[in-house]
Design a protein. Structure first.
Length: 312
């Protein structure tokens, strides 16, 4: 593929090598009942360094996908026993879990309405057998690249570049829908607003770059302390944590432990000591925004009553 045509530029070759390196980490499931055809597709994929998993029918494919969340792409035949390719795609697309799975439909049949059927049911692309190797490789790689670009765009939209925590936009979209789900299932979702004390002094004393490094360190520690929770950077040195509540005393205990850990730690190469303050809203409100407001009022009280504390 690289050497056949000497007109390929150095940049092109580098791009292909980079693609091959990435493909080594990508698992592809091939669902195809004909063993010859399956082997052929497997070899084509392996030429491009993909990890290949095989299924002999639609039902096996579904079971494998449900078990192995690392599979990023499915190449599926149409005519297969138990569940055909079209029904398989429809089932997968009805499940939120598989929304990012790249799906390419295959069929040997002359019926050109099949490609429309596959695409309408949610497949990303379609190939008619027999196909040129080049077309197969191009479609597979293009679809994987498109999916990667989509993920990059999503990360840019949802993740704060400095701290790698969720940003405020994500908090008010996904966080709000999480909050609404908690309301309808009668579970309590606590909202914590957290703010670093006297952070301006850190910048004034050590400079902005050290301030940034402290925010990054602090965020990493937040993630370690609340690994299951949705943590967002609300603004400069303010963070919001959504914690599902098993018991009020357990939450308070976790938060108090976090405060005392922070007080004992030193941050960045300048070994800076900090404290932080927080407000907690455990009583369910009708929207996340309202709960944030309640937590924020309590944070304000924490600030005005000496800092380095939680108010709930
Ligand atoms: P308080 O205890 O009342 O919260 O005091 P504070 O100094 O932490 O609060 P204040 O709101 O007065 O100042 C927050 C500071 O955070 C001011 C701003 O320059 C700084 N800041 C906000 N975002 C960033 C950032 O991304 N990087 C750095 N280095 N500083 C930031
Ligand atoms: Mg078949
Ligand atoms: Mg302030
Ligand atoms: Mg502050
Ligand atoms: Mg602040």
């Amino acid at each position: 593929y690289i050497t056949k045509d000497s007109r390929y530029s150095f940049n092109h070759v580098m791009k292909v090598l980079d693609r091959l390196e990435k493909n080594k980490r990508i698992k592809v499931l091939v669902a195809e009942d004909s063993s010859t055809s399956r082997l052929f597709i497997k070899i084509l994929l392996q030429q491009y360094q993909f990890q290949v998993v095989e299924a002999e029918d639609g039902q096996e494919a579904l079971a494998i996908l449900e078990q192995d969340s690392a599979i990023r792409m499915l190449i599926t035949d149409y005519n297969m026993p138990l569940i055909n390719g079209y029904d398989l795609v429809r089932m997968l697309r009805h499940n939120e879990r598989f929304k990012d799975l790249v799906i390419i439909g295959l069929s040997a049949e002359g019926d050109s309405s099949l490609s429309a059927k596959f695409i309408k049911s949610g497949a990303n692309d379609f190939l008619k057998k027999p196909f040129y190797h080049e077309e197969f490789h191009c479609r597979v790689n293009h679809n994987i690249e498109a999916q990667e670009m989509l993920q990059t765009i999503r990360d840019l939209a949802n993740i704060d570049p400095l701290t790698k925590l969720y940003n405020r936009r994500f908090l008010f979209t996904e966080g709000e829908s999480l909050y609404q789900k908690s309301i309808s299932s009668d579970r309590t979702l606590a909202v914590v607003m957290l703010d670093i004390d006297f952070f301006k002094r850190v910048n004034d004393t050590h400079g902005h770059l050290i301030g940034d490094a402290l925010l990054t360190d602090f965020s990493m520690h937040l993630k370690k302390s609340f690994p299951e929770e949705m943590i967002s950077r609300f603004g400069g040195e303010e963070f919001c944590i959504l914690i599902s509540v098993e018991s009020m005393s357990l939450i308070v205990e976790r938060l108090e432990r976090f405060l005392s850990d922070i007080k004992e730690m030193t941050f960045t190469e300048s070994e800076i000591c900090i404290t932080c303050s927080g407000g907690l809203c455990c009583e369910m409100q009708s929207t996340l925004s309202q709960a944030i407001e309640v937590a924020d009022e309590r944070l304000y009280i924490a600030k005005n009553t000496g800092r380095d504390r939680f108010v709930y």
